[in-house]
Design a protein around this ligand. Structure first.
Ligand code: HEM
Length: 221
C-alpha cells in the first residue's frame, strides 16, 4: 500500500525521489542496494514508510490477550482477571484526535513538519504499535523495517510505476490482515538515476525527461 500511495501521488513521489537523488549525489546511498542504516537517515523516506504502516497496519486483528488473574488497570479502569481484551489497530492509526482531521490521508509531511516533540513522540509511539508491544511484540520488526528500508527506495529509484486501473487499483479483503490481489501496474525501468525526474514539480515542470506525464497528470489534466 505504501508503494501504491507513492505511485498515485505525484508530489509525494517527486519529493521522495529528490531526497534519494540528493543522497545519491552525496554518496550517502550505497550501490547496488541502499543499506538499512543509510535509509534510516532519510527523513522523507522514513515519513513515507511510517505513513504507509499507519494507514494500512498489516495486522488488523484484535490480537486478544487475557488479563492476569489479579486483574489490571487499563486507562484508569479496573479490568477483572480472565477478561479477554483486544485492540483495533486500524482504528487507532486513524484517530483524528491523534493524527488530525486528515488522518485518513496519506501525508508523509505530518512526520517531517511536526515541531512539537512531545506530540511527535506520542504519534510515533502509536504507529509503532502496529508491531504489537511488550512481550507480545513482533519478533520480526527489525527484519520488516530493514525490508521496507530497502524495497521502497530501490523500487522507486529503479522503476517508473503506473497503476492500470486508477478507479480500482486492486481488489482486497481484510481478514485480520489485508489480502490484496489484482494490483496491475505498468512498470518501466527508470533512466539512470537523476536523469528522469530532474524536471519534477519539486524542482521543475512535473514531466519526466522522456516527455511522458506521470499518473496524476492524467487524473488532474
Ligand atoms: C510490517 C511487517 C510486520 C508487522 C506489522 C508485524 C506485526 C506483528 C504483530 C502485530 C504481532 C503480534 C503482536 C501481538 O500478539 O500482540 C507480530 C508477531 C510476530 N511477528 Fe510480526 N509483523 C511484521 C513482520 C514480521 C516479520 C518479517 C517477521 C519474521 C521475520 C515477524 C515475526 C513475528 C513473530 C515471530 C511474532 C510472534 C511473537 C511472539 O508471539 O512471541 N513479523 N507481528
Amino acid at each position: 500500500m505504501t508503494l501504491l500511495h507513492l505511485i498515485s501521488s505525484h508530489t509525494t513521489l517527486c519529493k521522495l525521489l529528490a531526497e534519494l537523488q540528493a543522497a545519491l549525489d552525496k554518496k550517502l546511498i550505497s550501490r547496488p542496494i541502499i543499506r538499512d542504516s543509510e535509509a534510516r537517515q532519510l527523513p522523507y523516506l522514513q515519513a513515507c514508510i511510517k505513513e504507509g504502516l499507519r494507514l494500512y497496519p498489516p495486522v488488523t486483528g484484535m490480537l486478544s490477550k487475557q488479563v492476569p488473574p489479579e486483574g489490571d488497570m487499563i486507562d484508569d479502569k479496573f479490568v477483572p482477571g480472565g477478561t479477554s481484551i483486544g485492540w483495533n489497530s486500524y482504528g487507532m492509526q486513524r484517530q483524528k484526535d491523534n493524527f488530525g482531521l486528515d488522518a485518513d490521508v496519506f501525508r508523509p509531511e505530518r512526520w517531517v513538519d511536526e515541531k512539537n516533540e512531545a506530540k511527535l513522540q506520542r504519534v510515533s509511539d502509536t504507529v509503532s504499535l502496529v508491531f504489537g508491544a511488550g512481550r507480545f511484540g513482533c519478533l520480526g520488526k527489525p527484519v520488516a523495517m530493514m525490508e521496507l528500508n530497502k524495497i521502497i527506495p530501490e523500487a522507486v529509484l529503479r522503476y517508473e510505476w503506473q497503476t492500470i486501473n486508477i478507479e480500482r487499483p486492486f481488489e482486497g479483503v481484510c481478514i485480520g490482515f489485508f489480502l490484496h490481489e489484482g494490483m496491475w501496474v505498468r512498470v518501466e525501468e527508470r533512466k539512470p538515476h537523476g536523469q528522469d525526474f530532474v524536471d519534477s514539480p519539486a524542482v521543475g515542470n512535473g514531466r519526466l525527461s522522456n516527455g511522458s506525464a506521470m499518473l496524476n497528470d492524467a487524473v488532474t489534466a
